[in-house]
Design a protein around this ligand. Structure first.
Ligand code: SF4
Ligand code: SF4
Length: 81
């Protein structure tokens, strides 16, 4: 499954990442004092990386799990995946 890596120091808690995710894969975790974005629905994540791009402080990184995505065999063979 895809995952989210957050730089806690860099995150300003602006929530732009959560607001921008068009499949609502990101949610705001209120269980920690300042809150934080979490990849609540990793199977829905399209690895578009809009959330990364729109983060004003580059605090967010989406770590793709390529094995969980459908990739045509011709492409995977060509790439050596
Ligand atoms: S857009 Fe970046 S700074 Fe804003 S809440 Fe998300 S990770 Fe934190
Ligand atoms: S990579 Fe795209 S689909 Fe995945 S959480 Fe970010 S904005 Fe949403």
């Amino acid at each position: 499954m895809h995952s989210l890596k957050l730089n806690e120091e860099a995150c300003t808690r602006c929530r732009k990442c959560v607001d921008t995710c068009f499949v609502n894969a990101l949610k705001w975790d209120t269980s920690i004092p300042k809150g934080a974005p979490v990849l609540a629905y990793p199977a829905d994540c399209q690895i578009c990386c809009y959330c990364e791009k729109l983060c004003p402080t580059q605090a967010l990184e989406i770590i793709p799990d390529w094995a969980s995505k459908y990739i045509p065999r011709t492409l995977s063979n060509a790439k050596g995946w």
